[in-house]
Ligand binder design. Sequence first.
Ligand code: ATP
Ligand code: MG
Length: 225
Amino acid sequence: MQARLRGMIDDRTKMLAAISHDFRTPLTLLRLRVENVDDPVEREKMLSTIADLDAMVAATLEFASGGAKQAPRRPTDLTALVASITDDLADGGLPVSMEAARPVIHECDPATLKRALTNLIDNAVKYGGSATVAIRETLQAIEITIDDTGPGIPEEELTHVFEPLYRLESSRSRETGGMGLGLAIALSIIRAHGGRLTLSNRPQGGLRALIALPKMQTGSAHKGP
Ligand SMILES: Nc1ncnc2c1ncn2[C@@H]1O[C@H](COP(=O)(O)OP(=O)(O)OP(=O)(O)O)[C@@H](O)[C@H]1O
Ligand SMILES: [Mg+2]
C-alpha cells in the first residue's frame, strides 16, 4: 500500500515536471505578444496574470525536482522572520496578524522556511478568512502555529491534503484555484529542517497548522564532551 502510494506520487511528480516544463515556452510567447497590447491597463493586468502563471510553473518545477531538500542553514531570528512575512501581508491589506513574541534564534534556511510559512498563511487567508500566527518555545522545540477561523478540514482528509495536486471538493470549484501544491511544498521544507508539520481542527472552529522545529538539530545529539 505504502509502495503503491509512493509510486503514484512519483508518477504524478514526473508528469508535473513535464507539464510545467512544456508550459514555459508558450508563456514566454504570450508575454511577448502582450507587450503589443495598446491599452496600458489591460496590458498590465495580462502581464500580472502571466507573472502569476510563471510563478506557479516555477514552484511546480522546483517541487517536482525535489527542491528544498538541502539548504544552507544560518542562525536566524524566527520571530523577526515571521513578523516580516505577516507585516508585509498585512500592509497589502490581508487579514494577517502575529502575536507578540521574544526573539527565537534558530539554525535554518530562512528562504525556504519563509516559503513554507507563506504557503500556510496563504491557505489560512484563502480558506479560513484570516491568519493569526504565533511562535513559542518549549524545552525541545520551537512551535509556530497558524490559526484561522474557517471551516477547517474534515478529519478523514487531514492527511490527504498534503499530497501533491490534492484539493478538497469545496476548493476545486473556486474560481481562483491554486494547484494543490502549497502544503506538499511546505511539508517537504519542514521535513528538510528535521521538523514536523501537522494540521488539526481547533475546538473553537477553524484550522491550526503547527510547525514544530526540534531545537537539537538531527545528528548533533551526541556531539560534545
Ligand atoms: N486553512 C485551510 N482551511 C480549509 N481548507 C484548507 C486549508 N488549507 C488547505 N486547505 C485545503 O487543502 C487543499 C490543499 O492545500 P494546498 O495549499 O496544498 O493547495 P492549494 O491551496 O489548493 O493550492 P496552492 O497552495 O498550490 O496554491 C486546499 O485546496 C484546500 O482544499
Ligand atoms: Mg495553498
